[in-house]
Design a protein around this ligand. Structure first.
Ligand SMILES: Nc1ncnc2c1ncn2[C@@H]1O[C@H](COP(=O)(O)OP(=O)(O)OP(=O)(O)O)[C@@H](O)[C@H]1O
Ligand SMILES: [Mg+2]
Length: 417
């Protein structure tokens, strides 16, 4: 792992450097506290060894500063002292150090203390990803219950709207056929010179209600209503499919169908800023998948794409319409989904961190930094696939998901992304 040493004494620094390199670590060495602080801020290492006495900022103050500042990741601190006074050790630990070492160091002790630091950092990482998983599961369960309730409530009235529009359509065309026959009857009466005031009233009423207009427009109004009903029914079905309890089990899944459902229910998120283009392969094999979790991945990627486009349009208005393209294709090991946006792009400096839990560049309320961490955990750990991205500043970003046709015996492979 990367370890940062801050020690002003050249000899002591070199010895420590050598010892750590021998243990297989990459070392970043600084000769004063300020340089060490800058390195810590730029995430150079998660384990740091600080000398107590140093120019610019001493080890104790640096420790305090490090704990006060909200760093994106936990930094494990070992404080070095040449004093074995109990009061010094207590002061160091109270300032936020995790451990201490008394000079001169013993290589075995150093090794043991580094190991214990690595264990703490590992536990810290495990806790973070468990928290994300928990949030995710809770979010999904709450969303599922809510949506299932709403979908059920909407579904019943939608069914009678559907039957009623069909009934109106059929009845109206029957009435129109009848009206035609009446029309013929009236023509006969008129030709025979009969009918009198009744015929006159009939003609006047036809004129008043504008029968020709009604004949042309009512079928159109009924057709539009039935299209509207069909559209709402499709959305409700997508909502139900999206949150169906069966989605929590692994089952062969039609990726194209799942994508269409998710696109439909996220429409309000992207339609304001982008047009969505689909390029779906028709020969896709069904993939073993947890549908609910896969849908969640696509939802997160679509929302990120819409936000990135919004960001570009806000910083350079008139720089071109937003487009999100979703493409599926069959590849040798399974299926590939590419989700491309022409948004702001991901700056080089943050690329290594976008998948980290709680890493976000968005203001509070707009993003929590969990989206991509969830995506990676679902695609890589749950489905044994790969999740990567390509990005160019100002041009956009493409997220690429590759899902295998078969899961290995453990249910998932742990390929790095
Ligand atoms: N398509 C994209 N284009 C540009 N930047 C992106 C894109 N997707 C993600 N990012 C960057 O990666 C960061 C992390 O994304 P992630 O989805 O994990 O969190 P978020 O979108 O900030 O919050 P959340 O998804 O929890 O609401 C974003 O804040 C953003 O800076
Ligand atoms: Mg997001």
């Amino acid at each position: 792992m990367n370890i940062l040493i801050a020690e002003d004494d050249v000899i002591a620094r070199r010895i420590l450097h050598k010892m750590l390199e021998k243990l297989g670590h990459q070392v970043i060495a600084c000769d004063n506290g300020l340089k060490a602080w800058e390195a810590i801020q730029s995430n150079a290492a998660r384990l740091v060894i600080l000398d107590w006495m140093m120019p610019e900022i001493d080890g104790l103050s640096l420790c305090r500063r490090l704990r006060e500042e909200k760093l994106p990741e936990y930094v494990y601190v070992i404080l070095l002292t040449s004093n074995d006074q109990k009061s010094d050790i207590v002061a160091g630990l109270s300032a936020g150090a995790d451990d201490y070492m008394i000079k001169p160091y013993n290589p075995y002790e150093l090794k043991a203390r580094i190991r214990s630091g690595q264990r703490v950092l590992q536990l810290e990482d495990d806790l973070k990803s468990a928290t994300v998983q928990l949030f995710h599961a809770e979010k999904l369960a709450a969303l599922g219950t809510l949506t299932a309730g709403i979908a059920h409530e909407i579904n019943t009235p939608m069914q009678y709207l559907q039957y009623n529009t069909l009934f109106l359509e059929e009845s109206f065309s029957g009435i129109m056929r009848l009206m035609k026959t009446y029309g013929k009857l009236r023509e006969r009466f008129e030709a025979a010179g009969g009918g009198g005031p009744l015929l006159e009233e009939l003609r006047e009423q036809e004129h008043r209600i504008d029968l020709d207009y009604i004949q042309a427009e009512v079928p159109r109004a009924i057709r539009e209503s039935s299209e509207g009903v069909e559209y709402v029914t499709e959305i409700v079905q997508s909502m139900r499919a999206f949150t169906h309890p069966g989605n929590r089990q692994m089952a062969p899944m039609d990726i194209n169908h799942a994508l269409k459902n998710t696109i439909r229910i996220t429409q309000t998120q992207w339609a304001r800023v982008a047009e969505l283009q689909l390029d779906l392969a028709q020969d896709l094999p069904h993939i073993p998948c947890y549908p609910g979790e896969f849908n969640q991945v696509i939802l997160n990627l679509i929302i990120n794409a819409a936000h990135a486009i919004e960001e570009r349009l806000a910083s350079s208005p008139g720089s071109g319409a937003g487009v999100i393209t979703i493409q599926t294709r069959k590849i040798e090991e399974g299926v590939e989904v590419r989700l491309q946006d022409n948004g702001a792009g991901i700056p080089d400096a943050i690329r290594p961190r976008v998948f980290d839990p709680f890493f976000t560049t968005k203001e509070v309320g707009r993003g929590t930094g969990q989206g991509l961490a969830i995506c990676r955990s679902v695609i890589v750990e749950r489905l044994g696939g790969r999740l990567t991205f390509e990005s160019r500043m100002g041009e956009g970003t493409t997220f690429i998901i590759r899902l295998p046709l078969r899961q290995d015996a453990s249910g998932a492979s742990r390929e790095a992304v």
